[in-house]
Design a protein. Structure first.
Lengths: 117, 549
């Protein structure tokens, strides 16, 4: 997508004004409000695990059930948290992002049609 | 290693391995995929078809293709081997490759799909100064693809001696040449559509193969994971150099900062790998792009759980001493386990899967590099966007042949070299040169052209320079012989950077340079286009449409 192409195609829509509409602001707030904190938490949780594995390896080797030790449980929990966050985000996006984004996209398409006509 | 062990490894390998059988199974894979690729290539007329497979793949198909693209031979053979030889630390390493997908899922996939056309550079140059930003993004794309490709081709040579029993230079070079030529045919004929199908089929075979072996190993242990793990502990305690395979730190504990540096590159690099990003353009909508990542996360996660069982399976059924002494060392763990479980037939299947893996990964890298060269450098930087799409695709096709030739020559040139670090380096470059600019472009309005250029070139140059002066290139001492032979360049020592992995320095540096460049007085960008980019990224308005035939 080159800038020239953009100027030809889409400048009939006033994007800066569209950004100020409450519905768009709400969509932006929901998306940013979910992905940024969740990602920061996931990264912190991962690097905590890495740090424990390399700096506290003998503590991580403490057995819990049979030979299963703290380190293995922590490692498997990384899988659980990754799968869990994935499912959480999908359900959030389906319910809270997609309907609003679709509605706004239809508005924009209608605007563009009107502009062309 | 004692002679008796080498002998044992040789018999374990040669006794079970049947090169003719291995080649026949791989040949069958090539024939089946070739037919599919030729069929897929029939409709490859437009740039949309050739670069993005007509954007007509479903999220599920693309998720499988992503897994096929991402699970390289290094994952399959390398991680299984690392677990078999070092226990916990191999597992620790695999987790970074999985968690990394959260960055792609949450921050990047959908917004990239909504704002780009064919390449990473499309998104980065959307609202910034076109030519310089596109050129920088294309250069970093080519560098990442080149390192990754070279590592894969070197792996192909290693596999040949391991699986086909071909140990002489000429024979190995011949097989590398065949792999390179097959790859060029797939990509030329099939374009992105053909490449995607090869990756889907390969992912299916790889995951099914790993699943069967996992169930097999578990069945031998009464489906009791802790019984398998205890056996692993017993086996490794009885070794000449005993270790506890369930305690972290055996492999990475000596230099914890280095491992943290590596983890940063893995976790932040995935969402900046150009060949992964390009896959998001093969689906019709952002929602399908999300679905692709979700599928990829499930498949890749399941696969790494399998490797934990396979690694301990190889440890208990083959033994760390035999694996370490076999040709290919750690990389032979999975094939030796297959031979121990199912004899020559299973070994043949696993060998064929390993070759298919290399083929699919190099095909994905080649189409990404060729697209970036033709679409970014040729059409938009050199010709300033004034090209007919057909001419652009023609340039892409020529580039594919050139890359294929380079890959073959490079693959032959690096035979027997210690270049396993190249994959980690590709991740480090992706995390340093690409990811900061991707995030800033999508999430930071004030970000400008100067910030992008500082961040991309700063990240690229710092990660490559730090590696050049690190112990992986020169100055590492072999602990047994006390000679300078453990690095890529032997016998000299010009290293001054203490770590094997540059990420811990180059990634924060690139993020910082993006901020410094932006505030150092570069001119403000067109706020109208910035608003357009953000609205489009979130709503999907004006996103590239699927092609119907």
């Amino acid at each position: 997508m080159s800038n020239e192409e953009t100027e030809k195609g889409h400048h009939r829509i006033d994007y800066p004004a569209f950004e100020e509409t409450p519905k768009y602001k709400e969509l932006r707030k929901r998306q940013r409000g979910f992905v940024i904190p969740v990602l920061i938490a996931a990264m912190a949780w991962y690097f905590l695990y890495v740090a424990l594995a390399v700096f506290a390896s003998s503590w991580m080797a403490t057995p819990v059930i049979g030979v299963i030790n703290i380190g293995l449980i922590f490692g498997l929990l990384q899988f659980v948290s990754t799968f869990g966050i994935t499912m959480w985000y999908v359900s959030f996006a389906n319910k809270r992002l997609d309907p609003l984004a679709t509605e706004l996209r239809h508005e924009l398409e209608a605007k563009q049609k009107a502009g062309v006509a | 290693m004692s002679n008796a062990l080498v002998l044992a490894a040789d018999t374990a390998n040669a006794g079970a391995s049947d090169p003719v059988l291995n080649m026949s199974i791989f040949g069958a894979f090539v024939i089946v995929t070739m037919i599919i690729v030729i069929r897929a290539g029939r409709n490859n007329k437009s740039a949309n078809d050739f670069y993005a497979g007509g954007r007509s793949f479903s999220g599920t198909q693309n998720g499988m293709a992503i897994a096929g693209d991402y699970l390289s031979a290094a994952s399959f053979l390398g991680i299984t081997g690392a677990i078999a030889l070092a226990g916990y630390d191999g597992f620790l390493y695999s987790i970074g490759f999985l968690v990394a997908w959260l960055v792609a899922l949450l921050l990047v996939a959908e917004l990239m799909r909504n704002t780009g056309k064919f390449t990473m550079a499309d998104v980065l140059s959307f609202r910034l100064h076109q030519r310089p930003v596109r050129l920088a993004a294309a250069i970093s794309t080519l560098v990442v693809c080149f390192f990754y490709l070279l590592a894969q081709m070197a792996g192909a040579g290693g596999l040949v001696s391991l699986l086909l029993g071909i140990n002489d230079q000429v024979g190995q070079s011949l097989v590398v040449g065949v792999v390179g030529i097959l790859m060029v045919i797939y990509v030329l004929v099939g374009g992105m559509k053909g490449t995607t199908w090869v990756q889907i089929i390969k992912a299916g075979l790889l995951i099914a193969g790993a699943a069967i072996m996992t169930v097999w190993v578990l069945a031998l242990n009464g489906f009791d994971l802790s019984a398998l793990l205890s056996k692993g502990v017993e086996v490794s305690q009885a070794l000449e150099a005993p270790f506890d395979p369930l305690q972290p730190g055996l492999k990475y504990g000596k230099n914890p900062i280095d491992f943290i540096s590596l983890s940063m590159a893995l976790v932040l690099g995935t969402a900046g790998l150009p060949h992964v990003l390009m896959r998001f353009y093969t689906v019709p909508t952002a929602k399908e792009a999300r679905k692709s990542v979700v599928w990829a996360i499930w498949l890749i996660g399941a696969f790494y759980l399998f490797t934990l069982v396979l690694g301990f399976g190889a440890m208990t059924l083959v033994g760390p001493a035999v694996i370490a002494a076999a040709p290919g060392a750690a990389n032979s763990a999975a094939p030796l386990l297959a031979a121990a479980l199912g004899g020559p037939v299973l070994l043949g299947i696993v060998s064929a899967i390993a070759f298919a893996t290399i083929l699919a990964v190099v095909a994905g890298l080649t189409i990404t590099a060729a697209t970036s060269f033709a679409h970014d450098i040729y059409a938009n930087v050199i010709k300033r966007g004034e090209v007919r799409p057909n001419a652009e695709v023609k340039i892409a096709r020529i580039t594919i042949v050139v890359i294929g030739a380079l890959a073959i020559l490079g693959g032959i040139g690096v035979q027997g070299q210690n270049i396993a670090f190249l994959v980690a380096l590709a991740f480090a470059v992706a995390a340093s040169a690409n990811l900061p600019t991707i995030i800033y472009s999508l999430y930071w309005r004030r970000f400008n052209t100067r910030g992008a250029l500082w961040s991309m070139y700063g990240g690229l140059i710092s990660s490559v320079v730090l590696i050049a002066f690190s112990p992986v290139v020169s100055g590492k001492v072999d602990p047994k012989t006390m000679e300078l032979t453990a690095s890529m360049i032997k016998g000299v020592d010009f290293h001054w950077f203490p770590l094997d992995n540059p990420g811990i320095v180059s990634i924060p540096l690139a993020f910082l340079l993006g901020i410094l460049g932006t505030y150092s007085g570069g001119k403000k960008e067109n706020s109208w286009i910035a608003a357009e980019m953000e609205v489009r990224s979130l709503t999907g308005h004006g996103a590239e449409k699927e092609v119907h035939h």
